[in-house]
Design a protein around this ligand. Structure first.
Ligand SMILES: [Zn+2]
Length: 332
């Protein structure tokens, strides 16, 4: 008895989506759904009542970008660190400072992901303060998406799809094909959410760490490619052409993706787990900063009661590192 009507509408929108970069639908859904269970109990019960919405909504920012073609959306998903004249340590820390320093056209071209995360945090905090259920859920789910993007190394680089190093297609390979093929072995259980004393600082700590992984990720793929027979790298269609996935990127053979996944030594799983932790931490921090409003009273007591049985089951499954009932349309 969750918000079925809303879910049905969102599912309908998703089924029309053919393009959705940034962790793909698989990654974003796993991140948001897992983050619900990582919340302290005072928040977890409320978020669980709306877990299907929070899970489905995780993919909506990409739908706004690609399917609805909302021009304002794109730059919220990335930051091309190398395109800014300063080093990452000297970039403006807050969105206010960034707007004062750069014209809109520059921010839109080079991306403003870390600053947008801070803006979303302010909005989410306000919605908790005002106890507006729909806004809390919508903003929290969207924020989970952007925090997920902030953990994808190629979302912090000009070399977004390996186009500058002759590695085109690596974006989707790393964030979609690998987790969709190997995610069943990942552990989605992370420690309970903790309070972030300085949101700005934490956002930049995440971005810096993610950006450090760019060169490593690209170098690892180059090394794997160098040792692999050329005709064993991509899957071919009946006519001998390279097979493309739903994102329009080449599909790699299972042998090649295994070799790359092994060589990454857990990087994809680690970044997904860090995304879950960050999402739960940011949600929790917004709630604490809003004065810890009572969330249980926002829902009908009957709804919470009806969900109780499933809540306990799903929470226990997650405690063992897995997620129940997570259907992803059109996986690899
Ligand atoms: Zn995105």
């Amino acid at each position: 008895m969750k918000t079925f009507k809303t879910i049905a509408i969102i599912a309908l929108i998703i089924s029309f989506t053919s393009l959705a970069f940034a962790w793909g639908v698989w990654g974003h859904k796993h991140i948001n759904k897992s983050a619900v269970f990582a919340l302290p109990e005072s928040m977890r019960v409320f978020f669980y009542n709306h877990i299907d919405f929070v899970t489905q909504e995780s993919a909506i920012p990409d739908i706004r970008k690609y399917t609805i073609n909302d021009k304002a959306e794109g730059p919220r998903h990335y930051i091309d660190i190398e395109a800014y004249p300063q080093s990452i340590d000297n970039l403006p820390q807050s969105s206010k400072e960034a707007s004062a320093k750069y014209p809109d056209s520059i921010l839109r071209r080079n991306g403003f992901l870390p600053w947008y995360i801070q803006d979303m945090m302010d909005k989410l905090t306000l919605s908790f303060k005002e106890r507006k259920t729909t806004e809390i859920l919508f903003l929290a789910a969207d924020l989970g998406h952007y925090l997920g993007d902030a953990h994808m190394p190629l979302h912090t680089s000009l070399n977004h799809d390996g186009q500058l190093t002759n590695q085109r297609g690596i974006h989707s390979f790393w964030e979609s094909q690998l987790p969709e093929q190997y995610g069943h072995s990942y552990n989605f259980c992370v420690p309970e959410a903790k309070y972030i004393t300085d949101v700005k600082k934490e956002t930049w700590r995440i971005l810096k760490h993610t950006h450090l992984l760019v060169d490593t990720l690209l170098a690892i793929e180059r090394n794997v490619k160098a040792t692999f027979p050329e005709d064993k790298i991509y899957l071919k269609d009946a006519k001998g052409g390279i097979l493309k996935n739903k994102y329009g990127s080449p599909v790699h053979t299972p042998e090649y993706s295994k070799a790359f996944h092994d060589a990454l030594k857990g990087m994809v799983e680690k970044q997904i787990r860090s995304s879950i932790t960050a999402t739960a931490d940011f949600w929790y921090t917004a709630w604490v900063n809003a004065g810890k409003p009572d969330l249980t009273s926002l829902d009908d007591a009957e709804l919470t009661k009806q969900n109780q049985k499933y809540y306990i089951e799903d929470y226990n499954v997650w405690k063992n590192g897995k997620l129940t009932k997570l259907k992803i349309e059109g996986e690899f």
